[in-house]
Ligand binder design. Structure first.
Ligand SMILES: [Zn+2]
Length: 237
């Protein structure tokens, strides 16, 4: 194997590791979204709960105002009782008073029922808040571990890129630019081994002449299928 092919083989090894590291980096945004969405669900649950409680309170205040209104009307009718002369007017006032009392009593029952529901919701809130706090803590921990892994992977990428930069000057200019071009267009994999007589990148079977040349190992070969540079791995695989 010539020095050029050996360099390409070393680059192949670095590039395979870089491809795997970049795959890990590409997963991080989705992992972050998943961590954030778990706490978003809990936050939504709490917001929904608080909204329901606020609605109940608003409705109860409206009913309480209605009760006050009925109470006022009742007092007005009461104050008119001593002033009327005719029995039928007196009876009519008593009828109105009884009507206001009945409606007030109905509304008071409604207020009590609503207070019950409000109390139940208020009592349930700390548990929902605790679940949100727990989800937030878990999400924060997950986000920190993703950030730490990302930091580590980026460090490994930088180290491999530095090794790669160190190897490139050993390639003749033409080979080097071809290698970079193929690497760019083929997902970071420019050099692939010949495996069982086929291209290790696209699995196209290679003609006997190419295999023969590969065994001689004196010049770079290119796969007709994917355009990658073919190297017979030094261990003969
Ligand atoms: Zn191929």
């Amino acid at each position: 194997m010539t020095g050029e092919l050996q360099t390409l083989w070393s680059l192949h090894d670095l590039d395979e590791r870089l491809v795997l590291l970049h795959e890990r980096l590409r997963k991080h945004p989705e992992e972050r979204r998943a961590a954030e969405s778990s706490q978003a669900a809990e936050r939504e649950r709490l917001a929904h709960h608080q909204q329901r409680l606020a609605e109940l309170r608003t409705r109860r205040r409206r009913v309480e105002q209605d009760i006050e209104g009925l109470s006022g009307e009742e007092k007005r009718f009461q104050s008119q009782l001593p002033l009327v002369k005719k029995n039928e007017e007196y009876q009519a006032l008593l009828h109105e008073i009884a009507d206001r009392k009945r409606r007030r009593s109905d509304l008071e029952t409604e207020v009590l029922e609503q207070l019950d529901e409000e109390q139940t919701l208020t009592a349930a809130q700390p548990k929902i808040e605790a679940a949100l706090a727990e989800a937030q803590a878990m999400a924060d921990q997950r986000l920190r571990s993703i950030a730490a892994e990302e930091e580590q992977v980026k460090g490994e990428v930088a180290a491999l890129e530095a090794q790669r930069a160190g190897l490139l000057p050993a390639l003749p200019a033409g080979t080097r630019s071809r290698y970079e071009r193929i690497r760019e267009s083929r997902g970071g994999r420019a050099v692939v081994p010949i495996l069982k007589g086929a291209c290790g990148g696209c699995y196209r079977g290679q003609p006997p002449q190419v295999l023969q040349e590969a065994r001689r190992g004196d010049r770079g070969l290119v796969c007709d299928g994917c355009g990658r540079m073919l190297v017979l791995s030094p261990d003969g695989g």
